[in-house]
Ligand binder design. Structure first.
Ligand SMILES: Nc1nc2c(ncn2[C@@H]2O[C@H](COP(=O)(O)OP(=O)(O)O)[C@@H](O)[C@H]2O)c(=O)[nH]1
Ligand SMILES: [Mg+2]
Length: 325
């Protein structure tokens, strides 16, 4: 049973949660026989994918991502949506992923029959974690989830990776936490389809409204992308569940705009192709460094360059030429 791709395909497509979880475990396995099996499973699932709204959520630790996802998620499941939450967090440890180890903040959602929460796979490189998350998105879609949320921590390269696997990339921020844009790199702002200032409640409400103006001015500096979408700045309180409807309406508006113009299909095609090139480059590199001939020549090349008896250019030429025979 467990070696048969049909078994997984049927299980996933019938919406069976256990089979969904099992299939994602297969994606996360590094055993060659599991990888071979899942490759076939994914190919068969592909026709049943693509029907969800893919939403990425980022922001520094403490900004309220988990609380926000609980609020938005409950809002959506109560309206009949089926929502899957995945995480990209290469720093996560064996405890089940630091990013969602705090399942307490998603207490209601995590026990809801229409929600599926999967922590980041532990260990591994960003590239590895990202691949697993991309493939998990497809499996969740084939299993009938119509909203997929990918959460990531607001540090480093993981935002770039998440923004390249979702339709809408949302950056959660705080008002007046010191420096103007809280160390968020300009590059991350450019990736964002919206900024949502969280914790707009209590004493913080006025500050949040002020920050909204400042951020809106900043976002105007970025040119509108080729889909004609200009990133809005909104406020919300994940804790008090205010402003959540507005965030979702914005996501729907963006989705409609991109769907109607054909830009969504283009975006996903482009993402798939870029992913293919990235995988190919990674695969080529791994393959190259594993070659016995290269291993041998590498140490010679390193030695010669260190000694100054050959130039890096000549050393690389020699390495690559050795493959031509
Ligand atoms: N006042 C207020 N507190 C919030 C809000 N959202 C989250 N918090 C609090 O901020 C802290 C961090 O929230 P959490 O969701 O774990 O943040 P994460 O690290 O980004 O996932 C918790 O103590 C939350 O209760 C909000 O909208 N308003
Ligand atoms: Mg969290």
């Amino acid at each position: 049973m467990g070696n048969d791709s049909e078994y997984y395909v049927q299980g996933v497509c019938s919406g069976n949660r256990k089979m969904l979880a099992k299939t994602i475990t297969l994606i996360e396995s590094s055993l060659p026989k599991h990888q071979e099996l899942i490759t076939g499973v994914l190919d068969q699932l592909l026709p049943f994918t693509g029907n969800a709204i893919r939403l990425g959520i980022s922001g520094v630790p403490g900004v309220g991502k988990s609380t926000f996802i609980e609020a938005l998620g409950m809002n959506l499941v109560e309206r009949g949506h089926r929502i899957a939450i995945l995480a990209v967090d290469p720093s996560s440890t064996h405890s089940g992923g630091s990013i969602m180890g705090d399942k307490t903040r998603m207490e209601k959602l995590s026990t809801h029959p229409n929600a599926f929460i999967r922590p980041s796979p532990s260990g591994g490189t960003l590239g590895g974690v990202s691949r697993k998350t991309r493939e998990s998105i497809l499996v969740c879609e084939a299993s009938g989830f119509d909203v997929i949320i990918v959460e990531t921590v607001g540090v480093g390269q993981s935002e770039v990776s998440v923004s390249s696997m979702v339709d809408f990339f949302l950056l959660l921020m705080l008002a007046g936490a010191g420096d103007d844009l809280q160390g968020i790199k300009r590059g991350i702002l450019e990736l964002s389809d919206a900024i949502v200032i969280n914790k707009a409640d209590g004493d913080n409400l006025n500050k949040a409204l002020q920050a909204k103006k400042i951020y809106a001015d900043t976002m105007h500096l970025f040119s509108v992308d080729n889909t004609g979408w200009s990133p809005p700045v909104l406020t919300c309180s994940a804790l008090h569940m205010t402003g959540i409807d507005e965030v979702w309406e914005m996501v729907l508006k963006h989705n409609k705009k991109l769907t109607d113009s054909g830009a969504l299909e283009e975006k996903r095609k482009k993402q798939a192709l870029e992913w293919m090139w990235a995988l190919l480059e990674e695969g080529l590199k791994d393959w190259f460094y594993q070659l016995p001939e290269i291993k041998k020549l590498m140490s010679e090349a390193r030695w010669a360059v260190e000694k100054g008896t050959t130039t890096p250019t000549a050393a690389v030429k020699k390495l690559l030429n050795s493959l031509k025979n």
